[in-house]
Design a protein around this ligand. Sequence first.
Ligand SMILES: [Cu+2]
Length: 126
Amino acid sequence: MGQGSGSARLGLAIGVTILSLFALTNPILAATYTVGGAGGWTFNVNNWPNGKSFKPGDVLAFNYDKTVHNVVAVSKRGYDSCNSPKGAKTYQTGKDRIKLNKGANYFICTIPTHCQSGMKISINAA
Ligand SMILES: [Cu+2]
């Protein structure tokens, strides 16, 4: 047994300790949800969150045809009125991953008439 195996064992012990601390300090493991399920981010997806519970840090996966749709995070007012502020960050890769903030989170598609056709979701992360 040389010095090498001793320090390897020490390295392993430190690694395990760090992983344990990480697990203890992060009791909430983030989940990823695919918005709209198999149908993805599209019209009439507004009822999709019903009955589901979300936590801050969970990730919403928006899968959609980027030539037709987009995703913009908005306020309640923006959600209700289907408007987004000028210069709002627009996700448009067709495969966007967005982390939920604590509290209310609202997303709409800003292509004309889409939000009015139910391409909007309201989620409370608690
Ligand atoms: Cu759209």
